[in-house]
Write a new protein. Structure first.
Length: 244
């Protein structure tokens, strides 16, 4: 089996580590890659093809893990060459997922829950072909949501309304506490009710948000566009904060 990768960020790199099998070969291309990404690919155990068109055509499973804004463009460019399953792992809205079906015949909507580069993320999938990917549970916990494309994206989006808004609040609260010279004490008193590992998890969440602020902002914009008729006061405030 060949699993093709479009995008070689943290998601793809971690999948390489998690899905180890003599029966599975990963493939990608250096086409349009930055120098840093080229080096990471060349230093990894992955087959390198001439173009992403070739990757799409040869893959039994083609994984798109790029960015929310480029997911539809990538599907339009390479989805028509994919004869196997097209697994989209970008943090996109259900609406964008349905648009991708116009370019892809065998789409499975996927959402990775948990820290992207952790040892124990969980993969949620939806779509009629989802059953064909349940073998991945041997390498990464994999749960089928439904046969409906868009449900995994919808579930991930609902989770993001909470986690990304909370991240923005943590950034603001930590900054206030630091300005008062009480940062350690601030986390100490919160740990009394939130758990002993609250500071560790909070600092990790804050750093992840700051280091990926552009991607986080794109994801919040997707949420706002999709739920445009809902009260998203906190989500809009989080976008404004993270964008800064």
């Amino acid at each position: 089996m060949i699993i093709g990768l479009i995008g070689f960020g943290k998601v793809s790199q971690n999948l390489l580590k998690l899905i180890e099998s003599e029966d599975i070969e990963f493939a990608t291309s250096l086409e349009g890659r930055s120098d840093d990404t080229r080096r990471r690919i060349e230093n990894s155990k992955i087959r390198i093809l001439d173009s992403f068109k070739d990757v799409a055509a040869e893959s039994d499973i083609l994984i798109s893990a790029t960015s929310p804004k480029s997911s539809l463009e990538v599907a339009g460019l390479y989805g028509k060459y994919c004869k196997g399953i097209y697994l989209d792992l970008n943090n996109i809205s259900p609406e964008t997922t349905l648009q991708i079906t116009e370019h892809v015949d065998n789409l499975v909507d996927g959402a990775i829950i948990g820290k992207i580069d952790s040892k124990n993320p969980i993969l949620y999938i939806s779509g009629k072909s989802s059953d064909e990917l349940l073998f991945l549970d041997e390498f990464i916990p994999t749960k089928k949501v439904s046969d409906d494309v868009g449900d995994a994206a919808r579930l991930k989006m609902l989770r993001s309304t909470y986690t990304k808004t909370l991240s923005a609040l943590l950034i603001e609260s930590q900054s206030l506490a630091r300005g008062q010279g009480l940062e350690d004490e601030f986390f100490e008193i919160l740990s009394l009710t939130e758990g002993d590992d609250f500071k560790e998890k909070s600092v990790s969440r804050i750093n992840n948000t700051l280091n990926s602020s552009k991607r986080k902002s794109e994801e919040l914009e997707e949420i706002i566009d999709y739920f445009e008729n809902e009260d998203l006061t906190m989500v809009r405030a989080a976008l404004k904060k993270i964008s800064r």
